[in-house]
Design a protein. Sequence first.
Length: 362
Amino acid sequence: MDFVRLFHAENPIAGPVEPRVHEVRDEIHRTGTYTHTPGELAFGAQVAWRNSSRCIGRLYWHSLRVRDRRWVNTAEGVAAECVNHLREAAPRRRIRPTITVFAPDRPGLPGPRIWNEQLIRYAGYAMDDGSVVGDPRYVNFTTMVRKLGWLGGPGTPFDVLPLLVSAGDGQPQMFTMPGDAVLEVPLSHPTHPWFEELGLRWHAVPAISNMCLEIGGIHYRAAPFNGWYMGTEIGARNFADTDRYDLMPVVAHHLGLDTRSDRSLWRDQALLEINVAVLHSFEQAGVTMTDHHTESGRFLAHLKREEKAGRVCPADWSWIVPPMSGSTTPVFHRYYDEAELSPNFAHHPDSLERGLGQGTVT
Ligand code: ARG
């Protein structure tokens, strides 16, 4: 009822709410659940984004493209539509925020489920000497899909993992990701030619696929969504974290920095150059990407807009503030409202997921 009322309050064009309230009540009495109209689904998905406290990029929540695929409930169907999602999300390298919504849970009939944290992620191969080739975050996931029969990729640090999808209560099934669905950007630096020789690359589209979309009490367990990247996600986390690609020492070495003392700030200098390279490379490739200064400004514009609309905008300071140069961005210098609003995206509290070692943060 809260959701239906919210939908009608924010969308006067949908007409009076009471007839819809009766209709939903009636369907729930008859079937134990109810079906969102296409308009409710699209609005629900957009507001789930608007309510995502950890996301700095919410200014454009209303432009989210919603691909309604609620009739798709087989593993094959879900995998094929995930591939289509990726193809449609970046036409001519311009990234469009997009969500694909698959069949919801129904009484006694769970919807499909995607086990990958994102549609595109790189394998992490654990070597005998304890080192990892690829993304250490996905060592457990990689080990598991290999046990399920994945032969592994060519063995580069950037092998794209297969999709793991289950339908209803069924066993997860594996699907390889076709190359043309994976837009990638090779990394180079505007003034350091050696940077290119590090052989780094990253995928253009971040598409979270393991969160449950909850709208008006209905759970869409498979609802992968993407935005575009903010440079620091790649440059200050994926490439820099010591439990990820751990590139600061490598880059510091090439920069000729003194890595013996923390106080030389060699990490900070290396971090900066990695991030310069990320933004430069995406720009060169013509692929949509934002930087943390621009995005911080946009987020404050979003807060202003929401306030004007008479809404609370919950935000989590520890996620909103960028992972480098925090105090140089305006989002650092204030506090935010905290609240859990619905619709929203939630992590599945799931044992297999923990077994997959992907943690709960993205
Ligand atoms: N931080 C995640 C990554 O590096 C992506 C999370 C979503 N980001 C986004 N810009 N929509 O892959």
